[in-house]
Every structure is written in structure tokens, then in C-alpha cells.
Design a protein. Sequence first.
Length: 59
Amino acid sequence: MSAFKVTLQSNLTHGTFYWVANVNAASEEEAVTAAEHLFMEQIESAGEWDFSNYEAEKL
């Protein structure tokens, strides 16, 4: 098993969402699947989310 830092990107109607997770997996494909599963676990508790960092720029 190796440690992976996985960044998942989803293009939504009003923006782009990124999920970054550190996982242990045997391959890159398994790392992506593990990161997706971690996201699904977190989305169930979305009411507890708090954005702690941001970047804003004028267009």
C-alpha cells in the first residue's frame, strides 16, 4: 500500500467543486475509489461543514 493525495474535480452549473483527500491504496485507481468513498461519507454530514479558507478576486 502507498499513500496518495487525490484531488477529485466536479464541474457544476454554478462553479467547480474540488475534493482533496489523503488515502492509502494499492494503486492509483483504488486511491480514486477510496477518495470517492470518503467524500460520500462526508456528504452525509454536510450540515456540519464550514468553509475555513477562501480566495476571492474581482473579475
